[in-house]
Design a protein around this ligand. Structure first.
Ligand code: ADP
Ligand code: MG
Length: 276
């Protein structure tokens, strides 16, 4: 097991496998001509199918901007994003076939309070015209995956924050995307719930084989979860370095007590202090 953090180039040696996500020269400016904000600069990144990648960096370094561009919620000012070999944007239009492969989870679950948990999970399928029988069967399967069976008829407000995020994950997976994009998904949860949700996320990832990108500013969360950590630096946001994490899976929370874990945390903390 090689635990030395490797500073590597952003293009990945995928062997024969094509990247499921490919960014080429992606930049983003916000604001007006008089007051432009350069949020992300010339970013190249390849992500392999089934990888669990964490975007780590200080507040304001462009993590959300990058994730929203990959998710098709925000158009790059420059550059190109390919999802499963399909160009995501074409002349200002999102390409539906690429978007269909993307699911998103945010810091708040954004469940509709007037729908039951089951109806929330199945909503994307309803919007896609899937029959009731089919969407209820699919919702059941997903609620089973994220372990919220028994809560089908409950209202969102009756669930804990962690349970609501489980429902949000189930909903994001409902229409069968291969990629799950998560923006500080457990950032609003208490520390203990957050730890157990990270263990659960690892399990869901291992059971489903999805490609997952998680945004966080927590170094220990990044080291616990990631195959690779993409460290971003601010003003403008750019990739500073990429760190491979080779701890065997499934990782238990006790890995955090190991010297190797703490050494990598220390390396990343030092690097973040340098780039901030
Ligand atoms: N809609 C917007 N208009 C103008 N500036 C923005 C907008 N959204 C984000 N920014 C700026 O872009 C930079 C990156 O923001 P963001 O992607 O939210 O960073 P992070 O998620 O890492 O905290 C910050 O300087 C932020 O203030
Ligand atoms: Mg953010």
């Amino acid at each position: 097991m090689s635990l030395a953090p490797s500073m590597s180039h952003s293009s990945l040696d995928l062997g024969e496998a094509k990247p499921i996500i490919k960014l080429t020269g992606v930049s983003k400016w916000y604001g007006t001509r008089d007051n432009p904000v350069h949020a992300l600069s010339e970013t190249d990144l390849d992500i392999a199918p089934g990888e669990l990648v964490v975007l780590l960096g200080p507040s304001g370094c462009g993590k959300t901007t990058l994730l929203r561009m990959i998710g098709g919620l925000l158009e790059p000012t420059q550059g190109r994003i390919d999802i499963s070999g399909l160009e995501l944007w074409n002349k200002g239009e999102r390409q539906g076939a690429a978007v269909a492969n993307l699911g998103m989870v945010f810091q708040d679950a954004h469940l509709f309070p007037w729908l039951t948990i089951e109806e929330n999970v199945a909503l994307p399928l309803k919007l896609r015209g899937v029959t009731k029988a089919e969407r209820m069967a699919r919702a059941q399967e997903l609620m089973n995956l994220v372990k919220i069976t028994g809560f089908e008829r409950r209202w969102p407000k009756e669930l804990s924050g962690g349970m609501r995020q489980r429902a949000a994950i189930a909903r994001a997976l409902s229409y069968g995307p291969n990629i799950l994009l998560m923006d500080e998904p457990f950032g609003a949860l208490d520390a203990m719930t957050r730890d157990s949700m990270n263990v659960e996320l690892q399990r869901i990832w291992q059971e489903t084989g999805k490609t997952i990108i998680v945004v966080t500013h927590s170094i220990s969360e990044a080291v616990f979860l990631a195959d690779r950590i993409v460290l971003l630096s601010p003003r403008p946001g750019r990739i500073d370095s990429i760190h491979r994490v080779d701890f065997p899976r499934p990782r238990g929370l006790d890995v955090q007590a190991s010297l190797e874990f703490q050494t990598l945390v220390k390396t990343l903390r030092r690097r973040l202090a340098e780039v901030e």
